[in-house]
Design a protein around this ligand. Sequence first.
Ligand SMILES: O=C(O)c1cccc(C(=O)CC[C@H]2O[C@@H](n3cnc4c(=O)[nH]cnc43)[C@H](O)[C@@H]2O)c1
Length: 233
Amino acid sequence: MVLQAEEGRLITSAVRILVATAVPVERDAVAPALGLPDAEVIAAGVGPALAAASTATALTTAALTGRPFGLVVSAGIAGGFAPHAPVGSLVVADEITAADLGAETPDGFLPVTDLGFGTITHRPPEALVREVAAATGARPGAVLTVSTVTGTAARAARLRERHPTALAEAMEGFGVAEAAAAHGTPVLELRAVSNPVGPRDRAAWRIGDALAALAEGFGKITPVLRSWNPHDR
Ligand SMILES: O=C(O)c1cccc(C(=O)CC[C@H]2O[C@@H](n3cnc4c(=O)[nH]cnc43)[C@H](O)[C@@H]2O)c1
């Protein structure tokens, strides 16, 4: 429980929030935009493994020091599946899915769940996704986590075939979500699209525009996060 003075009023924030970006420029875009002094914004590293390790460490440290987090947000730039998520737009995950965690077979890709292991999807609280979408204009849909940035039209098409509601791909969400789940903490993923998913064209990446959109989005979700009730899923 946090009490924050704002314009002479006391504002109560129900839960403490951890935001896990991948790299420092994303952290530095989000942190000043988020009007929650008690939140922590970290650069957790690129890729699902490092993002999971860093997020788990932050969650454990907070719990051990008696100031646990009640919500984890994975945030950063992403590739968007055209035409559903154009460059510069925001996407909020209604599912966070590991898209390349499995096995190749002569008949195609098998997710680890088909092999009898683990999970490939985490679902953020539905009401929170709706509120974030309404506050920011972010499109709700699946955000895929990949360990390899898609670089061909063929792979982009295969991913959309396997995940018809996918709007974007990035590299950390599932790792952050696994760490959050291990702590019994809800997770959200908010991404700003910097490039289309498809043939690699580094010159076409609009990282500055995406970081600006991300910062604007976090400014708009501050009141949503401040008033979010974890029991309202
Ligand atoms: O291909 C390059 O030359 C290149 C140069 C700079 C950065 C990269 C990255 O792969 C950054 C990955 C980083 O950004 C997120 N991200 C952004 N767009 C995508 C995408 O289309 N597919 C997957 N991840 C993406 C990701 O979450 C990482 O944090 C490449």
